[in-house]
Design a protein around this ligand. Sequence first.
Ligand SMILES: [Fe+2]
Length: 496
Amino acid sequence: MAATNVMTAPLLPEAPITNEIPGETYHYIPQDPLPKAPEAVSVEVPQEMPQEDIHGSSQEASEATVPEGVEDTVLEKAQDLSEESTREVAEELPEELTQEMLQEVAQEATQELPIEPTAEVEVTQQPSVNKSKPIIPVKSDLAPCDRVSFEPAKHIKFTPPSKVWTMQELDYPEGKGISPVGVSEPFPLFSEEAVKQMRAEILDEKVWDKYKFSSNLSQCQLRGFAPECAPFIYDAWKSPEVLEIISKIAGIDLVPVMDWEIAHINIAVKSEEEKAKELEIVHRNADEGVADCALEEDDKPVVDWHTDSYPFVCVTMLSDCATMVGGETMLRKGNGGTVKVRGPQMGSAVILQGRYIEHQALRALGATERITSVTSFRPKSAAIKDDTVLHTVRAISDLKELYHQYAEYRFEILQDRFQDVGRKLRDRKRANRPFDTAATKSFIREQIEFLEAMDREIVRDELVQMGYIGDGHLVSDETRQTGRRKGVYLEETVAA
Ligand SMILES: [Fe+2]
């Protein structure tokens, strides 16, 4: 892709997070929504609700990024962030990484999953949403009468990323993944008005009432609401124009994995006091030349090393994060080294082949709210492999809807493949070519494995514990043990 200067995305006024105002509608994030596991897991719930947080992570985001003067750094040399990362080789990547960076490519911690549990443990279904203990109001900032329909010419404000890092540049072997593209730098995608429209739909009361999910990994996520409640968002991610942009950057034709995964929303909110406190410490440390940020809550979360459930994700920033410090995403390279990239500005996005690149989200400081939209993609062509898994999304989904959409699109893939192979068989016969036994058996084997994968992913309803995401998405045993010690994960692996 031709190198193009990144144009900073338009910044919108930060959505007011204020005390209650008569006549205004607020949505409250439960302070303690974590469903208790059978063994009465107890997890302290901070007021901050970063989606990428995985409590109990051994990856402590102790590194603070100096607020001023660092904006131009794109990929930063990885530092010693944890016991695990001390073993990793940090490498510095080229210059282009600007102030817009991959920030929460991993916020979709809920959409990831590399390792399937080997044992299914029957657990009790529990509600994933607890609306008690309201604490932090988040308010819509657009009147219903100002809602409009998505218009590509008006609402897309796209500038190509200045750089797209290939899998090869990240030292992954040729053929890894479904595309040569690994990760893009942040790029402007949606206009200021588009962001306002999206925020208005996201902050609608009905969305919060029906589609808010919580888990042991994340306190507040909005999922699956787009078809029913968010026509602007739905049309945006379904529009041929947006899909063309995403596909071009990703180096492969992509479509949203399924409607349920259109615009998964991560919500993180802090008070002004918390924000000010964080910035004060960061600035003081910067003045003193201290690299690490010694916040008291420095064991607050990040998303541990993991791979995503879906081949590609597009993470779009819907908050003003001009004052945000940190929040980078760490990528593990194919050679074991790590590189760090920052997140996008408001209206901008980042694309990552997250199913095949291990990554980790670092903590973000100094912002009162951070709302990101994560839409996951799969190959448009049925002929290309689909390694989608459901491990971390079952527990935070309408299970029947998730299974229905997953089964539907996977069966459509099979139908397309059988139609295609049937045509080829017929053509060979008409051309007096012999039956290709080896190729046919290979095709049959692939489809058996495809169906076996589906059988594994569609876990029986009674075995899925809503609101509890197991540790199968973690990469290292060390982080898994730390998570268990802190009560985030159960000792036994559950099917969900
Ligand atoms: Fe991720």
